[in-house]
Every structure is written in C-alpha cells, then in structure tokens.
Ligand binder design. Structure first.
Ligand SMILES: Nc1ncnc2c1ncn2[C@@H]1O[C@H](COP(=O)(O)OP(=O)(O)O)[C@@H](O)[C@H]1O
Ligand SMILES: [Mg+2]
Length: 304
C-alpha cells in the first residue's frame, strides 16, 4: 500500500458552497441548476457561450458582468423563453432542454419580468393573478383565461393579498400597475414571481430604477426568500447589493463565465476588473464604465 496521493485520486476539498477551487465552472456541493455547453448566437454574434456552470441551492448567487455580456439572454435560455443553438441544462436533476417556459415555471424555476406597457395597464391584483399561471411573458391575455377555470379564483386572490401585504402593496391592489413608483414596481415583480411558489427565483436587475429609500427593503425581501428556503439568482449592476447579500458571484463577459467565487475574492480578481474595463459601451442605467470600476474599487476597499 502506498500513501502517495496522485493528482488523479487526490480528494477534492469542499469549501462552503463549492467543491475544489473557486474557478469558472467549478462544481457545487448541492447544485440546483447545471448548464453545459449552452450557446446562443444572434447572426454572427455569440451572445452566450457557457461551457459549464452550476448554481448552488439555497444560496443567493449574483450574476454580474458588463452590458451585453449575455446575462439576460442566459436567463431567457434557462427559463425557456429563448432557445439555445446547442447545450443542455437541468433543474433539480431534470433536463430542461425543449421544455416550454410555462412548464419550467410550474417546475419551480421563475424569472421576474419587468413591468411592460401591457402589464402596466393591468391592475396590481391582475398582475399578481397572472403570476399564478406561470405563463407571464408569453401571451398575457391568453394566459389570463386558463387560470380562471383552472384554479380557484378565491385561493389565488387570498394568496395575492397575503403577498401584497408582505410587500406593502396591498393598499394599491386596485390601482393600475403603471401608477406605482419604480421601487414599488420592483416589489410587484418579486411578489408576482412568488405567486407560483418557486424553488429558484431569478431576478434581472432588481435594483434598476429603485429609489435609495427602498433599497434596504428590497435587499431584506431577497434575504427573506433565502430564509424561506428558496434559491436566488440575480443580475445586478449595483455592487452594494452584490456585496451585501450575495453568497456567491458569477462573472460573465462576452457570453462566457470568466470568474466565480465568494463576493470578496471575485471582486479582487483581475479577470473581473478586466471584464468591466473591457466594456466601452456600457451606458445602461446611466452607469458608465468608470462607475463600475469605481464600484469595484469601493467594494474592495470596503472589504479590507
Ligand atoms: N433578440 C436579440 N437579437 C439580436 N441580438 C441580441 C438579442 N438579444 C440580445 N442580443 C445581443 O446579445 C448580447 C447579449 O445581450 P444581453 O443578454 O441582453 O446582455 P446583458 O443582459 O448582459 O446586458 C448583446 O450584444 C445583445 O445586443
Ligand atoms: Mg440584461
């Protein structure tokens, strides 16, 4: 018997959420979602080219990266709202390739949708009812009908009221969603997602357009989802949010995962800084590249 440990039989160390080194594509102790070779091109542009990524269960993961990195496209692919050129991915061990969006939602994988013009013309309560169908984002009016006969209207309404109260929107239930403030819209988007009892909630820029006064409330709500046992994956430019609530950070640039790790380590990663510095056309949300770099520096300083 030899006590030699060769690289092939060396035990891989488990550190918190991940197994082995925190590198792009690293394995997780308990992944809820696993994507392999997911690629999406638009004409000659490769928007998403994710070799391998795993999302840890029961944790809050931030997906960051410059504008155009492919974050939203990746969200759309994972939730069945867009189809990749190639690749496989699974949720809770079940393959989701070719599964339509409404079925993905029923399985417990929900992404939030921005309050579009059409949704803004519905009342806050009707927006919540739509969330119960899990078909949001396809054809909302077609989606509105099946729910009427498929589920008990009263149950749905009671549940909607409970959630609206939790998000302090109950007094607004009969108002047009269009009348809500930016922050209240974000709360409505989150409340609506909870109508279908998701296991994994995907939030696309939950802080965009939110008044600083509502920031803490939003953060608390996201932490609340985790406390209830949900897994959260969010895209966000707001580094304050990433720093304060993310357990894990995945960085995308030009469609690929370029870094992964705990928030503190990732923010010191040269590849991350390069990814931000490399984006010269980032004007979304009025934030400039300088803004991102400053935010990163601030984050690093803050953690020291
Ligand atoms: N429907 C589409 N048609 C053509 N190009 C698209 C489409 N959706 C996204 N893109 C392009 O794919 C790239 C990734 O976009 P996106 O996923 O929105 O990035 P992010 O959310 O990280 O800002 C961008 O270059 C964008 O212009
Ligand atoms: Mg986006």
């Amino acid at each position: 018997m030899s006590s030699d440990i060769t690289p092939t039989n060396k035990p891989v160390k488990t550190v918190g959420l991940h197994v082995g080194d925190a590198a792009p594509g690293c394995r997780k102790v308990d992944p809820i979602l696993i994507a392999d070779g997911v690629k999406r091109t638009f004409g000659g542009l490769t928007a998403v080219d994710v070799e391998h990524v795993e999302i840890p269960r029961g944790a809050i993961t931030a997906l960051i990266g410059p504008n155009g990195a492919g974050k939203t496209t990746f969200f759309n692919l994972l939730t069945g709202f867009d189809k990749p050129d190639s690749g496989t991915w699974s949720f809770n061990g079940t393959s989701l390739a070719h599964v339509p969006a409404f079925k993905v939602a029923r399985m417990g994988l929900i992404r939030t949708f921005q309050l579009t013009k059409a949704l803004a013309l519905l009342s806050v309560m009707d927006n919540m009812k739509l969330g119960a169908t899990g078909q949001l984002g396809e054809n909302i009016f077609r989606a509105l009908l099946p729910f009427l006969w498929r589920k008990q209207d009263e149950d749905i309404e009671a549940k909607a009221l409970e959630l609206l109260a939790r998000f302090k929107l109950d007094a607004k239930k009969d108002d047009y969603a269009a009348s809500l403030s930016g922050g209240q819209r974000k709360l409505l988007e989150m409340a609506r997602a909870l109508m279908s009892d998701p296991k994994l909630v995907m939030l696309d820029e939950p802080m965009a357009g939110v008044n600083p006064a509502l920031t803490q409330s939003l953060l608390d709500h996201v932490l609340g989802l985790k406390a209830e046992g949900m897994t959260v994956l969010f895209v966000e430019h707001d580094m304050h949010m990433v720093r304060h609530i993310a357990d894990w950070v995945i960085v995308m640039a030009e469609g690929r995962v370029v870094a992964e790790g705990d928030p503190r380590t990732v923010m010191e990663d040269q590849a991350v800084i390069d990814a931000y510095l490399g984006a010269h056309h980032d004007t979304d949300l009025g934030q400039t590249d300088t803004g991102h770099v400053e935010a990163l520096k601030e984050l690093i300083d803050d953690e020291q």
